[in-house]
Design a protein around this ligand. Structure first.
Ligand code: ADP
Ligand code: NI
Length: 220
């Protein structure tokens, strides 16, 4: 049950992503998700669930439309990689289910019920959108998307649909209010909630400092 092929596949396909969805993101998610899984579900190194957590973490963004122009084909490649792994079918199916249903955007209009392993990977992915790294990733994404840092004329929008999230004109500072500050209340696990609250506080401090320096009013 070596993860070498899965890690190589992730590295190959996420190496040069400039939107904050690079291989280091996958590595951070894998590390955080393992920590959450062992702490919240009291699992040890021999547990197959731990393998599912790691594999899903490394693979979760390889099928994201921001990373691949051909999601269907990429998913086919992931299935092939997994078919060569020496694991039971339910574990393989769970990895595929997690990576296809864990994203923030897919869960705006309905809430997918994930396995315990999936809940840990989803929490880890959300934690990587928070704190100092979350701030850095948001501005990297915004720059790549051609979005402004902030604009007092563009107001914060309440995100109710997938379309609102993907297609409305926003700024990176607005994205904090539209999504990032809300993530802490959507965490699945105890460890995830605790760390999300710590990281969110750090972001609120950043926003206060930003507001002070720019004179732009905090919208919360
Ligand atoms: P998911 O893959 O879970 O649907 P996204 O890929 O939309 O979530 O978001 C992943 C990360 O990309 C966010 O947490 C944030 O850091 C960044 N991001 C996404 N949309 C924006 C945006 N409009 N402005 C700034 N950052 C964004
Ligand atoms: Ni991710």
């Amino acid at each position: 049950m070596s993860l070498d092929d899965i890690k190589s596949f992730s590295k190959e396909n996420m190496a040069f992503d400039p939107t904050g969805h690079d291989f280091l993101h996958a590595q951070r998610v894998a590390k955080l998700a393992q920590k959450i899984y062992t702490e919240d579900f009291k699992k040890d190194e021999t547990d197959i669930g731990l393998y599912v957590v790691k594999a899903a973490s490394y693979l979760h963004d390889t099928i994201d439309e921001k990373v691949t122009a051909d999601k269907k084909n990429r998913l086919r490649e992931v299935r092939i990689i997994l078919s060569h792994e020496n694991i039971a079918t339910p574990a393989r199916e769970d990895i595929l289910d997690i990576i296809q249903h864990m994203s923030y955007s897919d869960n705006i209009e309905h809430h997918y019920q994930l396995s315990n392993e999936g809940k840990c990977v989803q929490d880890a992915d959300r934690l990587d959108a928070l704190g100092a790294i979350g701030i850095a990733r948001a501005f990297a994404y915004g720059g790549h998307a051609g979005q402004e840092i902030y604009d007092p004329k563009i107001s914060v929008k309440e995100i109710k649909t997938h379309d609102d999230y993907r297609h409305h004109k926003s700024t990176t500072i607005n994205h904090f209010y539209e999504k990032l500050l809300k993530l802490a209340s959507s965490m699945n696990t105890r460890t995830g909630k605790q760390e999300a609250s710590r990281r969110t506080k750090y972001m609120r401090d950043f926003l206060s400092e930003f507001q002070m320096e720019t004179g732009v009013k905090d919208e919360t």
